[in-house]
Design a binder for this molecule. Structure first.
Ligand SMILES: [Zn+2]
Length: 282
């Protein structure tokens, strides 16, 4: 696969069916992982669709998936946008499917999102790379964040990468133009066939290069390029901690594989980090 070209949404392997046996991390496993996090100099996290699902957002594929219901976007979605941005915007604005967007509108951050935000606020977690477009990490208060597949609430200038909220954009002439540079605006969500925005890639690369530990939550880390940043940390000799209800493709290469949903495991993990930190300080 070409580096930097998006596979914007989880493959089937990312969302497991319930026929597999769910796992549950023991307190000892949580404690060992917490010690590794405190021992690390620059922990980061990679999050994926599993965290969205725990907030009630259906996956895109599989039974009950949004694309299963409403149709999958074409693989050349971005090329079609570029060929006629005016038409693409007209279609987007006239066929905005309320039911498709309803789960995104209604979703709230879950305890897993808040746990990562807390781990950042106590000065331990340095950066989060998410494959999710749902805005929930921001809503939970995460500050140091790269949304590698974009944010469904934002609109991005294809020339200067500035992001805008919907109400900041003038739609009276289509395609809408960037108020700063006049470039064509597109939804920030990365389309099929669209390169990941260069500013986001650069940010991820910078933090991944410094990281010596990565927490991989709610994703089997097989969707590139996001997965590459996590695997890079491991390949350099860093520590990899997986949080996943089911065994995944990366379970056997992880230093710690914590069974359970993010909404369950991440709060337990952050609680263990906090108390360990207090006991080390005293
Ligand atoms: Zn611009």
């Amino acid at each position: 696969m070409e580096w930097g070209v998006a596979v914007p949404f989880p493959r089937c392997g990312d969302i497991r069916m319930s026929s597999e046996t769910p796992r549950k991390a023991t307190d000892e496993e949580i404690q060992s992982a917490a010690e590794a996090i405190l021992d690390a100099g620059y922990p980061i996290a990679l999050t994926g669709a599993g965290m969205s699902v725990e907030s009630g957002i259906p996956p895109f594929r599989g039974p009950g998936g949004l694309w299963t219901k409403y149709g999958e976007p074409p693989m050349n979605q971005f090329q079609r946008f570029m060929a006629n941005p005016k038409k693409a915007w007209e279609e987007r604005l006239s066929t905005r499917n309320d039911e498709f967007y309803k789960p995104l509108t209604e979703a709230k951050p879950n305890p897993g999102h808040f746990a990562l935000a807390e781990l950042e606020s106590i000065g331990v977690l340095r950066f989060v790379i998410t494959q999710n477009v749902d805005d929930l990490h921001r809503q939970a208060g995460q500050k140091s964040l790269a949304e590698i597949h974009g944010n469904w609430k934002l609109i991005r200038c294809l020339d200067c990468n500035l992001r805008f909220r919907r109400e900041q954009v003038d739609f009276s002439v289509l395609p809408p133009r960037c108020p700063e540079c006049g470039g064509i605006l597109k939804s920030d969500t990365v389309s099929f066939g669209e390169p990941i925005p260069s500013d986001v890639l650069h940010l991820c690369a910078t933090h991944a290069a410094k990281a010596d530990l990565v927490i991989v939550a709610g994703t089997s880390a097989t969707v590139y390029p996001a997965a590459g940043f996590a695997l890079e940390v491991k390949q350099r000799g860093g520590v990899m901690i997986e949080v996943n209800l089911y065994e995944s493709e990366i379970t056997r290469v992880c230093d710690f594989s914590l069974g359970g949903g993010s909404a369950d495991v991440l709060p337990r993990l952050v609680k263990a980090v906090s108390s360990l930190r207090r006991s080390r300080a005293s």
